[in-house]
Unconditional design. Structure first.
Length: 386
């Protein structure tokens, strides 16, 4: 009987087959996996990665490559010894490096008769309805045409207020945007460990099924000298993707072929959770509130528990400078942020509306003031209401 049970278990599909059988995959690669210590593009590394991706693409899988490296690729041509700290020089390096990076990918994929397309995104683009829908359509059409989209944050124009912060998070959001079947995060670290990989006794974590598997795990916060990420950002990205139902594999770029083949390499993050609307995922993870609306308890209950729109009558105070269409954070009487939404009014308009009903406002100021401060379709809950 035991042997029969064992044979039956042996025939069960491996969870990693979700990676090997995926028909649409997002692959993210970090700066340190593409460049030399001097900041120049490492042609051999790029070609080795493309060898793997091209093989999977020619086998029929649709691929999106989220590639860091624009700023790093610009260091050498600009004669910079290290990644600049000031935003203006980072933007200049990105402007020079992005062309170098895409030219290298274009040449490398051309060896296999494959074409690439450049897609540059900012968080500011993605939080607005029309821009978000346009990005979704563009990526879908590129994939339908057999193109390999090369996605990067638009570092040339992005500012600190409108940055994704790292391409790990961008990759997780893109995987949801295109309804990917899997996300592969490639780095210079071969897996997630329960402690520093260099420390004796640290153990590779082959699978992560939920937050409880990360309790007590030490996560490094610093990325490579030419990048911005670290293990913290990769785990956060995995949490975003798996929360949207997308399985994730985290491993080193050198193991890309093994990861895509579904082999037991790196760390596999099991998918779970609900599938939130794409715009709400962007709103929760790709934006920062540009202002703050303080709500009374009734408004918090209406927003969090009953998923209602936010009306002026439930707002007690407003902070910050923002325009209609910007993301703002919503907090309760205790000062805890519970939600984020896209506001329908400029900050300067709101004080005169507070505590008043929309019917009263429409009668006094005109029918355009009968609309809600934030529509329920433009609100994402950030934490459970206790």
């Amino acid at each position: 009987m035991a042997n029969r049970v064992r044979r039956r278990a042996d025939k069960l599909p491996s969870v990693r087959e979700q990676i090997s059988s995926a028909s649409r995959v997002v692959v993210k690669v970090g700066s340190s996996s593409l460049t030399t210590h001097s900041g120049m593009i490492d042609v051999d590394r790029v070609d080795a990665l493309v060898d793997v991706l091209a093989a999977r693409r020619l086998a029929g899988t649709q691929l999106v490559l989220v590639s860091s490296g624009a700023i790093a690729a610009g260091l050498g041509p600009l004669g910079l010894a290290a990644r600049p700290r000031d935003l203006a020089t980072q933007q200049a390096a990105a402007s020079v490096g992005q062309g170098v990076l895409v030219a290298r990918y274009t040449s490398s994929f051309a060896r296999y008769g494959l074409r690439v397309g450049q897609v540059l995104l900012t968080a500011d683009d993605m939080m607005r309805r029309a821009h978000h829908a346009n990005a979704q359509r563009t990526l879908a059409r590129l994939l339908d045409l057999g193109i390999v989209p090369i996605v990067n944050e638009n570092d040339t124009v992005a500012t600190d207020e409108i940055r994704f912060g790292d391409n790990d998070r961008l990759a997780a959001l893109v995987s949801h945007l295109i309804r990917a079947d899997a996300l592969v995060l490639l780095s210079d670290v071969d897996a997630l460990y329960d402690g520093p990989p260099s420390r004796a006794g640290s153990r590779r974590l082959a699978e992560i099924r939920g937050p409880e598997d990360l309790v007590g795990v030490e996560l490094g916060k610093n990325g490579a000298a030419v990048g911005t990420g670290g293990m913290v950002t990769k785990v956060q990205a995995a949490r975003i993707a798996t929360g949207a139902g997308v399985p994730v594999v985290l491993t080193a770029a050198a193991h890309a072929a093994h990861a895509l083949a579904g082999e037991d390499i790196g760390t596999y993050f099991h998918p779970g959770g609900r599938h939130p609307g794409t715009r709400l995922l962007w709103l929760a993870h790709a934006t920062t509130g540009r202002g703050l609306l303080h709500l009374d308890r009734g408004a918090v209950e209406a927003i969090v528990a009953r998923r209602k729109s936010l009306l002026p009558a439930g707002v007690t105070a407003v902070e910050g400078e923002f325009a209609a269409g910007d993301p703002v954070d919503l907090c309760g009487p205790e000062g805890r942020v519970v939600a984020r939404g896209l506001v329908n009014y400029d900050a300067v308009e709101i004080p005169d509306l507070l505590g008043r009903s929309t019917r009263e406002l429409a009668t006094e100021l005109g029918p355009e003031y009968e609309r809600e401060l934030i529509h329920r379709d433009d609100i994402v809950i950030l934490e459970a209401h206790g």
